[in-house]
Write a protein that binds this ligand. Structure first.
Ligand code: IPE
Ligand code: IPE
Ligand code: MG
Length: 232
């Protein structure tokens, strides 16, 4: 097996460091989240240029409910306002928005904004941006196992059946997972699919990311040799 000539097809991003970005400027953490969403727009545009088909953005984890009520509600409002307010941007760039996670536990306005934006962008085909929200890898696996057992009527499930019952089983598997802000952990992101994903960690805080980071990630990915347990 040789180096990837192209790709990644599906990139997962753990967007981290919004709070630190704000703290360094003596701003409230919420200012970091606003700036982080600007980075997301720069990144999706370059991802499209690079021919990436899917980018999954880790937006809110099943553990992020532990944050202050004020920060959580600010984030939820910000997400609703960006889903509605950036529709022209998504359509102009051919961005299809999809969501992944336990959406049923999100506040009603967030669920509605997601459903509306998914419907309004479903025929866009340049790139898919997946928002992982109220997403936890363990939670997703538990939900998938439950659905797979119910669907098969058996007492055990195969890896293939679990894969088919993950949140967005029609998407290509994640090729590479990257994280900003110098933390080197997955924090419950895409646990099932990370089994053979390439990993890379970057120092820059998420609000500082732009086109250069995506170019560097694509270059790095193309140097990786993927063996999937086989031999070169
Ligand atoms: C990532 O930035 C955004 C979310 C997890 C919602 P953080 O808010 O975790 O930023 P730091 O880690 O505190 O700097
Ligand atoms: C991971 O970041 C979650 C998201 C990026 C949405 P966190 O900042 O919540 O992760 P930990 O707590 O540092 O592991
Ligand atoms: Mg963090």
């Amino acid at each position: 097996m040789s180096k990837s000539a192209s790709g990644p097809t599906h990139l997962g991003i753990i967007m981290d460091g919004n709070g630190r970005w704000a703290k360094r400027r003596s701003l409230p953490r919420t200012a970091g989240h606003v700036e982080g969403l600007k980075a997301l727009k720069r990144v999706i545009i370059e991802a499209k240029e690079q021919g990436i088909e899917v980018v999954t953005f880790y937006t809110f984890s099943t553990e992020n409910w532990k944050r202050s009520e004020q920060e959580v509600s600010y984030l939820m409002h910000l997400i609703v306002s960006k889903l509605h307010g950036e529709l022209a941007f998504y359509n102009r760039h051919g961005i299809r928005i999809r969501a992944r996670g336990d959406l049923s536990a999100l506040p009603q306005p967030v669920q509605e904004a997601i459903a509306k934006t998914e419907a309004a962008t479903q025929s866009n085909s340049a790139i898919t941006a997946v928002i992982a929200i109220n997403y936890g890898g363990r939670d997703e696996i538990c939900r998938a196992v439950g659905k797979a057992l119910a669907a098969s009527g058996k007492q055990s499930v195969t890896e293939e059946e679990i894969s088919q019952h993950l949140d967005l089983p029609d998407l290509p598997p994640v090729d590479m997972i990257v994280r900003s802000a110098d933390e080197q952990r997955l924090s419950n992101f895409l646990l099932w699919e990370s089994a053979y994903a390439e990993l890379a960690f970057y120092e820059k805080l998420w609000p500082e990311w732009g086109r250069e980071e995506i170019q560097a990630i694509c270059q790095e990915y193309r140097l990786r040799v993927r063996k999937f347990g086989g031999v070169e």
